[in-house]
Ligand binder design. Structure first.
Ligand code: TNX
Length: 419
């Protein structure tokens, strides 16, 4: 069987039957989870029971990939409900057609979340009607029709598109368009041409919150996802500490200091999203995580348990296991070669929800940050085959690395991916 990810349980009794998509006997079984299915395979045909439309989709995809289906029983369903991939069109724009292709590849790997990192220091890729300069200044971008098409295409494949609007750091492109959002409106901040952590942040004015409330209202209208990502990562506090007006606001708001300002901004926007019926997600960095928001734990593997114990639902994204933008070795790059992530180490990622808060772990996500991936071809080459390994981790079928390596070539060949 060349399947990646493979079904969780196969009881083969001998012999095979060819998969005939029109010959299935379909039933629903509410006892199965919404993404789970069970196939009873007999010499004369296949009965497919599923817990919901996604389960039927994954059942059909598995049987199609198998071609010749072993007679017996296939019982299958994912370990994690959130099986995500992040694409970063903010650093280097990714054309719509490539995003659609990636959605196909996600679905083939039974991955079900596409996080689109739409804004950063280097670009703003989402048109906002109430603030048109964001994309006028922020560079190449999608149209609303593009984004609606992406969302609909993904939904047909049971993939949820989670938009990310990064605040209160990683905002240099927004400051270039609307300097009044910054701590020093006269500073002439430009869309950043380099990589790294920018010192610039949003200011703490009520008008800045209002601005991002407008942005989020449009985001919510475009993206039906129950989740909206607000970033929150790598936000330096020096600018607030050095700006008299920011310190005045910090006192006025009763905050303990500049360190607390980050949480104040995200907290306000989390609350607004809640009013609009959406849950916020943020990058967890062990401090001032907004209550009620989902934590993406990108630092070390231990921070997953810390965030869960702090009361957050969690998506595990430890960088040394899930950052597919890291090269696999020195031969791999024009990358900043200070970190590596080998195929074996992706496959060996064994996400362990804390036993006393296991229900808090929604799932796992792989990241394809775009700094050193200038074209779609780079992104695809960087993604595979490690994303195939990650898919088994997310589905819960990873374990035997040699077996995976043996299944991999025919899997990649079936999907037209380079080996
Ligand atoms: C850290 S991960 C970042 C990104 C970069 C990435 C590069 C995270 C929340 N922030 O802005 O693209 O490292 O690997």
């Amino acid at each position: 069987m060349s399947l990646v990810p493979r079904p969780r349980e196969v009881i083969a009794t001998g012999g095979v039957v060819p998969y005939d998509p029109d010959g299935l006997e379909l039933t629903s079984d509410p006892a199965l989870g919404p993404e789970a299915y069970r196939a009873e395979v007999g010499p004369r045909g296949i009965a497919l029971a599923s817990g919901g439309p996604a389960g039927e989709f994954y059942g059909r995809a598995t049987l199609r990939a198998l071609g010749d289906v072993p007679i017996g029983t296939l019982a299958d369903g994912p370990r994690f409900a959130w099986r995500g991939v992040l694409l970063d069109p903010a650093r280097h724009f990714l054309p719509k057609d490539f995003v659609l292709r990636m959605i196909d590849l996600l679905a083939e790997h039974r991955l079900n979340v596409l996080q689109l990192h739409l804004t950063d220091d280097q670009g703003w890729r989402l048109p906002v009607r109430s603030h048109p300069r964001l994309t006028e200044v922020g560079g190449e971008h999608y149209t609303h029709d593009d984004l609606r098409e992406i969302v609909a295409y993904a939904a047909e494949r049971f993939v949820t598109v989670v938009p990310e609007i990064n605040v209160p750091g990683h905002v240099q492109a927004a400051l270039a368009a609307y300097p009044e959002l910054g701590n020093d409106p006269g500073a002439g901040v430009q869309v950043w041409q380099g990589w790294g952590v920018s010192p610039h942040t949003l200011n703490l004015e009520e008008s800045t919150i209002d601005f991002f409330v407008d942005v989020l209202d449009e985001v919510v209208d475009l993206f039906p996802s129950p989740y909206v990502h607000l970033g929150g990562d790598e936000c330096l506090t020096d600018e607030w500490a050095a700006t008299p007006r920011a310190l005045e606001r910090i006192a006025e708001l009763g905050l303990s200091g500049p360190e607390a300002a980050r949480g104040w901004i995200t907290g306000r926007l989390v609350a607004h999203l809640e009013q609009r019926g959406r849950r916020a997600v943020f990058w967890y960095e062990r401090a001032d995580g907004p209550a009620g928001a989902v934590a993406m734990t990108w630092l070390d593997e231990e921070s997953g348990a810390l965030a869960a114990h702090a009361g957050h639902d969690v998506v595990l994204t430890p960088h040394l296991r899930t950052y597919l933008d890291y090269p696999t070795g020195y031969e791999d790059g024009p990358f900043a070669p200070d970190r590596f992530l080998a195929l074996r180490d992706v496959y060996g990622f064994d996400p362990q929800p804390p036993t006393d808060a296991a229900g808090r772990v929604l799932g796992v996500q792989a990241q394809l940050w775009g700094e050193y991936l200038p074209t779609p071809a780079h992104v695809e080459r960087q993604a595979f085959p490690r994303l195939s390994a990650f898919a088994e981790v997310a589905w819960g079928t990873a374990g035997d690395y040699d077996g995976f390596l043996a299944r991999l070539p025919s899997h990649l060949a079936r999907l037209g991916l380079a080996t």
